[in-house]
Design a protein around this ligand. Structure first.
Ligand SMILES: Cc1ncc(COP(=O)(O)O)c(C=O)c1O
Length: 402
């Protein structure tokens, strides 16, 4: 290992949502946060160096256009994936959610039905609701620990909506999928593409986790699907890949010139013209230097998954295959039933308040998420083991309660 993924870094007092905004409770041992998707690892050293160097210069004026950022993104795709990105397809955006929100506003209208496939990253539902669109939900299906598209139900639901005169206008796609950890195959994406073409849907593909792919797996980007070129927008960026979420920078890929000019106008209308100075500095350094760091990170995540599996086994539980992301997805039904918890929220509350370890309750991701917990594995193994020991201890304590 060339990078340090073992040192436990004290993140207290750094304005961290994961640590500082986790309710700690006076006189209690600090809660170990294994919830929100950011990592407890130090970033690529080149990023810290670039930020330090830029911060040392005491003038922080307006920035140049995002040419340096786009150049780094294109080189990243070319070297890592052999993918050629046309420079004109790229637009700079603040965060991925902000970008998706702008796209939803641009390509759909109030009242429009928008397709979601839960369990899925829950801000998608909020985004639809906040823009006064209507969420149409066709849940994924599950066989054991494997999640997949519910092909028949998708077709039926889209047909019904079309016949009822309320056609679905867009699909919010999590690709790869948060929280189930699925990497969608070319066939699955091809099926969605065929539906999108048949029912005239825009495909808004959130690919923020696209670089966080388990060894041996391959992510298929919607950017590479010619059949979706005229009806898709791809959202991506360095925030998850390189743990830069607090810096808030992202980009979109739009092949179609008409769609691109429409989205560009929305972005301009929001007066988002200037890349943030520190974000751009960090992102360029990350894309230029972060490949070897990312390769090691993905091995660390697999090792942490193995650690988790050992803990789960003793409770008769199993994590879903983690094809992508650093977020494990686990069905706790047997434990919830046996130990008399109301549901996953009750379990998560008990673990946080009594066990002092915080995980995300699955029902936040809606249908299919019931009785699950999402566990963030992007933390030093020592901290993960401490969190899991607390989970173990809290469940045992519950077991022995009269
Ligand atoms: C699937 C997915 N999309 C978007 C985001 C948020 O990205 P951003 O902070 O760039 O809005 C996250 C963060 O966890 C995520 O998991």
């Amino acid at each position: 290992m060339n990078y340090d993924f073992e040192t436990v870094i004290n993140r207290g007092g750094t304005l961290s949502l994961k640590w500082d905004a986790t309710h700690q409770g006076e006189g209690l041992s600090p809660v170990i946060p294994l919830w929100v998707a950011d990592m407890d690892f130090a970033v690529v050293p080149a990023v810290s160096e670039a930020l330090r160097a830029r911060a040392a210069h005491p003038v922080y004026g307006y920035t140049t256009p995002p040419g340096a950022y786009f150049k780094a993104v294109r080189a990243w795709h070319s070297h890592r994936y052999g993918r050629k990105i046309e420079p004109e397809h790229l637009l700079l955006t603040p965060t991925v959610l902000h970008a998706m929100s702008m796209a939803l506003r641009t390509f759909t209208s109030p009242g429009d039905p928008i397709l979601n496939m839960p369990p899925v990253y829950f801000p998608f539902f909020r985004m639809v609701a906040l823009h006064d669109r209507a969420s149409v939900e066709v849940p994924l299906q599950r066989e054991g620990t494997r999640w997949s598209l519910e092909a028949k139900a998708l077709e039926t639901r889209l047909t019904e909506a079309f016949r009822a005169g309320t056609p679905v206008k867009a699909l919010l796609l999590s690709n790869p999928q948060n929280p189930t950890g699925r990497v969608w195959s070319r066939d699955e994406l091809g099926f969605l593409a065929a539906l999108a073409n048949a029912f005239d849907l825009m495909v808004l593909s959130d690919e923020i986790h696209a670089d966080l792919i388990a060894p041996g797996k391959t992510h298929v980007s919607v950017y590479d699907l010619p059949e979706l070129a005229s009806r898709s927008v791809i959202f991506a960026g360095p925030n998850k890949t390189f743990n830069l979420a607090g810096l808030a920078i992202s980009h979109v890929l739009v092949r179609d010139p008409v769609l691109r000019s429409k989205l560009k106008r929305t972005i301009e209308g929001d007066f988002f013209e200037q890349p943030n100075l520190m974000a751009m500095t960090a992102a360029v350094a990350a894309y230029e230097n972060g490949g070897p760091w990312l390769d090691e990170l993905m091995m660390v995540i697999q090792a942490n998954l193995a650690t988790l599996r050992v803990f789960l086994e003793s409770w008769g539980l199993e994590a879903c295959p983690l094809e992508a992301t650093y977020l494990a997805w686990v069905d706790f039904s047997p434990v919830i039933g046996r130990l008399g918890f109301t549901d996953d929220r009750g379990l998560a509350r008990y673990l946080e308040e009594t066990g002092r370890v915080k995980m995300t309750p699955g029902s936040m991701f809606r249908t299919g998420g019931e009785n699950h917990l999402r566990i963030n594995l992007a933390t030093p193994n020592l901290l993960l083991v401490t969190g899991l020991s607390r989970l173990d201890g809290a469940l045992k304590a519950r077991q022995t309660q009269p």
